[in-house]
Design a protein around this ligand. Structure first.
Ligand code: E4P
Length: 219
C-alpha cells in the first residue's frame, strides 16, 4: 500500500518528503483554504510547488458543481502539471465529468465516496482512484473501513483496475486497517505520518544502544 500525504501545507510536504516514504499528495478545497490558498492562481502556485517536491500524483479538486463547468475546470487543472490528478465528487455531475475527462486522458480521483455503488459508477466512468472517506463514515456511526474492504474485494473480483485510495484517515490504526483491507493507497495527514514513525520501544532501545556504546567507547 502506497502512502500519500493529505495536506496543502508545503512545509509539511517538504518535511514528509525527506523521509522517502511518500509517493503522492491529495488536497481539497478545505485543506487549501486552511493554508490561506484561494483563487488568483494561489492553488496552482501551491500545486506546482508540491509537484516539485513529490514526484508522484497530486490530486486537485474542482469547485464547480455543474458538469460542463466541472469539465472545463478539470481540463484546466489537468494542464497545470503532468502529475496532476483531477478530483471530482461522487455526484451525477461528477460522474458525467469523470466519463468525459477520463476519455480525454485526464487522470481522475473520485472523491467523497461513501458507498460501493458510487465506487462502481466511478470505475465505469474511468476514475483511476476512488476515495472512500473512512473517518467521516466512522463519525456517522458507520464502519468506514468495511467500505474500503468491500470496494477492494469487489474490484479484485471483477478485475477493475481503479485503485482504492483510503481517505479521511484519522489515526495510525486506520492505516494498518486500510492495508489489511486491501487499499492500494492511504492518504494521510502529516500528524498521522509522524505518529506512524514512532514506537516507544524503538526510543527505549535506541537510548540503551547509545548508552551501552558510549560506555565502551570511553574505554
Ligand atoms: C481525501 O482526499 C480528502 O482530502 C481527505 O482525506 C478528507 O479527510 P477529512 O475527512 O479528514 O477532511
Amino acid at each position: 500500500m502506497r502512502i500519500f500525504l493529505d495536506t496543502a501545507n508545503v512545509d509539511e510536504i517538504r518535511q514528509a518528503a525527506k523521509l522517502g516514504v511518500v509517493s503522492g499528495v491529495t488536497t481539497n478545497p478545505s485543506l487549501a483554504a486552511k493554508e490561506g490558498i484561494g483563487t488568483q492562481g494561489g492553488y496552482k502556485k501551491a500545486v506546482l510547488e508540491i509537484a516539485e517536491i513529490v514526484d508522484g500524483p497530486v490530486s486537485v479538486e474542482v469547485v464547480s458543481l455543474e458538469p460542463e463547468a466541472m469539465i472545463e475546470e478539470g481540463w484546466g487543472i489537468a494542464q497545470w502539471h503532468t502529475n496532476v490528478v483531477v478530483k471530482l465528487p461522487s455526484t451525477p455531475a461528477g460522474f458525467q465529468a469523470m466519463a468525459h475527462l477520463s476519455k480525454e486522458g485526464v487522470k481522475i480521483n473520485q472523491t467523497l465516496c461513501f458507498s460501493v455503488n458510487q465506487a462502481l459508477l466511478g470505475a465505469q466512468a474511468g476514475a483511476v482512484y476512488v476515495s472512500p472517506f473512512v473517518g467521516r463514515l466512522d463519525d456517522e456511526g458507520h464502519d468506514g473501513m468495511a467500505l474500503v474492504a468491500d470496494i477492494a474485494e469487489i474490484f479484485k473480483k471483477h478485475g477493475i483496475s481503479t485503485q482504492v485510495l483510503a481517505a479521511s484517515i484519522r489515526h495510525p490504526l486506520h492505516c494498518v486497517m486500510a492495508a489489511r483491507a486491501g487499499a492500494h493507497v492511504a492518504t494521510i495527514p502529516f500528524k498521522v505520518l509522524t505518529q506512524m514513525t514512532h514506537h516507544p520501544l524503538t526510543d527505549v532501545g535506541l537510548a540503551k544502544f547509545t548508552q551501552d556504546w558510549q560506555k565502551v567507547s570511553k574505554k
